[in-house]
Design a protein around this ligand. Structure first.
Ligand SMILES: NC(=O)c1ccc[n+]([C@@H]2O[C@H](COP(=O)([O-])OP(=O)(O)OC[C@H]3O[C@@H](n4cnc5c(N)ncnc54)[C@H](OP(=O)(O)O)[C@@H]3O)[C@@H](O)[C@H]2O)c1
Length: 230
C-alpha cells in the first residue's frame, strides 16, 4: 500500500534539505514507495541564502513536483546558539535565523508554487516547529528560532490564501515533526519524553500530508495530525 494514496499514483517529489536528518528520511521513504525524488541540498548547489541558486535549481526541474517537502532549518551552529535571555540577542544571529528558517523556504515556495500541477492534489510542506507558535510560548527563550519559525508560519499562511484562489487543489502546510534525533536537536535532547528517529517522524509527517485537505491549507500541524494554534 502506497504511503501517499491520496496523490496520483506516479508521484514526483522534491525534497529540499535532503542531507538533513528528517529530509534524508523523507526522501528515502518516498523513493522506497516508488516516487520519483529530486533532492536539493547545499551539496547539490542550493544555498538558501543565495536566492539565485534557488531560481536556477527550479529552472532545471524536468517534471513539476506534486509534493515539495522543505526540510531545511537551523537552530545552532555557524555563530547561532539559542538565546536564554534578551541580553543575548544579536542582529547577526537574528538575521541568520530569519534568512535560513523563513526567507529561504519562502523563496523556494516562490520558485516552485507556479510550476506545481493544477487539477489534482499537490502539497508544499515546510518543517516549522511548535515553538514558533506565539500562543503556545510559555517558556520564553530561543528568540531567534521562535521568531523565524513564526515568520515562516505567517509566510506560508499568506501564500496559502493566495494559492487557494490560483490552485484550489493545492495545500500548503507548516509541520512540526516532534523532537527528532538529528544534529539539530542533539544538544537539546536531555529530558525530552519522546525522541523520534528521523524515519519515525518522516512516516508520521507523510501520513499527515496524505490526510491533508485544502481546508487545512495554511495551518501549522504536528506529527500526530493535530492543528497547533499560531
Ligand atoms: N529535530 C528536531 O527535533 C526538530 C524539532 C522541531 C522542528 N524541526 C525542524 O525540522 C527541520 C529539519 O531539522 P533536522 O532535525 O532534520 O535538522 P538537520 O539534520 O540539521 O537538517 C537541517 C537541513 O537544513 C539544511 N540547511 C541548513 N542551512 C542551510 C542553508 N543555508 N542552505 C541550504 N540548506 C541548509 C542542512 O543542509 P546541510 O546538510 O548542507 O547543512 C540540512 O539538510 C528544521 O527546520 C527544524 O527547525 C526539527
Amino acid at each position: 500500500m502506497s504511503l501517499l494514496p491520496s496523490f496520483q499514483p506516479k508521484l514526483y517529489a522534491l525534497v529540499v534539505g535532503a542531507t538533513g536528518g528528517i529530509g534524508a528520511a523523507v526522501a528515502a521513504l518516498l523513493e522506497q514507495d516508488g516516487a520519483n525524488v529530486t533532492r536539493w541540498s547545499r551539496s547539490s548547489g542550493v544555498e538558501l541564502t543565495d536566492p539565485a541558486s534557488i531560481t536556477r535549481a527550479a529552472a532545471s526541474l524536468t517534471t513539476p513536483p506534486d509534493l515539495v517537502f522543505i526540510a531545511t532549518g537551523v537552530l545552532h551552529g555557524g555563530g547561532l546558539a539559542p538565546e536564554k535571555a534578551t541580553a543575548q540577542l544579536s542582529a547577526e544571529a537574528l538575521a541568520a535565523a530569519f534568512a535560513i528558517n523563513a526567507i529561504g523556504p519562502a523563496l523556494v515556495a516562490r520558485a516552485v508554487l507556479p510550476i506545481m500541477p493544477k487539477g489534482r492534489k499537490t502539497v508544499l510542506a515546510a518543517l516549522s516547529a511548535r515553538v514558533g507558535s506565539i500562543s503556545d510560548n510559555r517558556l520564553g527563550g530561543w528568540h531567534s528560532y521562535r521568531a523565524s519559525k513564526a515568520a515562516l508560519n505567517q509566510l506560508l499562511r499568506t501564500m496559502a490564501i493566495e494559492q487557494a484562489r490560483r490552485n484550489p487543489d493545492q495545500i500548503l502546510l507548516a509541520l512540526h515533526p516532534g523532537t527528532v534525533d538529528s544534529g539539530l536537536s542533539k544538544p537539546f535532547q536531555k529530558g525530552v519524553p519522546t525522541l523520534f528517529s528521523p524515519e519515525t517522524s518522516a512516516r508520521h509527517l507523510l501520513r499527515v500530508i496524505d490526510a491533508a485537505t485544502p481546508a487545512q491549507s495554511g495551518q501549522l500541524i504536528d506529527w500526530a495530525g493535530d492543528v497547533i494554534p499560531f
